[in-house]
Design a protein around this ligand. Structure first.
Ligand code: ZN
Length: 154
């Protein structure tokens, strides 16, 4: 059986409201909105709080550390994702509380477990920045991973 191709990088839908988040990803950083009313991290990023409704968020750096809350092994897919099966679609619960729909990469799909500790892998592409996650072992906790290949020749 041949190895699946890396997951494609979906086209980004322009949304000026979340520009601080996107600028962070383009720089290899996770920047999240934090509500100035109730102090919750707002996910998916937006300029108002999904918890209390207040339109007052501050964009803050986040290390992205978290754990796998739930996952599914995708074995059939359409479009450009079809070449990448099997792959993991997961909810990662960040330590700061947000639950992120994402992919777990760089792992055999049979080895993934709920509760596994993960860290972000940010592809700091200018046009299509994206954050996915990879599992970390207890010894290698630390900085978010930024791949050497940034997916762009610029
Ligand atoms: Zn709030």
């Amino acid at each position: 059986m041949s190895s699946p191709l890396p997951l494609p990088m979906p086209e980004l839908v322009a949304n000026p409201e979340i520009e601080p988040h996107l600028a962070g990803l383009r720089a290899g950083r996770l920047i999240v909105p934090v509500c100035q009313g109730c102090a919750e991290v707002v996910w998916y990023p937006r300029a108002f709080c999904a918890h209390c409704g207040r339109a007052d968020v501050q964009w803050q750096d986040c290390d992205g550390a978290g754990q796998i809350y739930s996952f599914s092994v995708v074995r059939q897919a359409t479009g450009e994702f079809a070449r990448s099966v099997p792959y993991i679609l997961a909810y990662v619960e960040l330590d700061v509380g947000a639950r992120v729909l994402t992919n777990i990469i760089d792992i055999d799909v049979e080895d993934v477990r709920i509760g596994d500790r993960v860290e972000p892998v940010i592809t700091a592409d200018i046009e299509r920045p994206i954050m996915r996650f990879r599992r970390v072992t207890p010894e290698e906790k630390g900085q978010p991973q930024v791949p050497d290949d940034r997916g762009s020749s610029s």
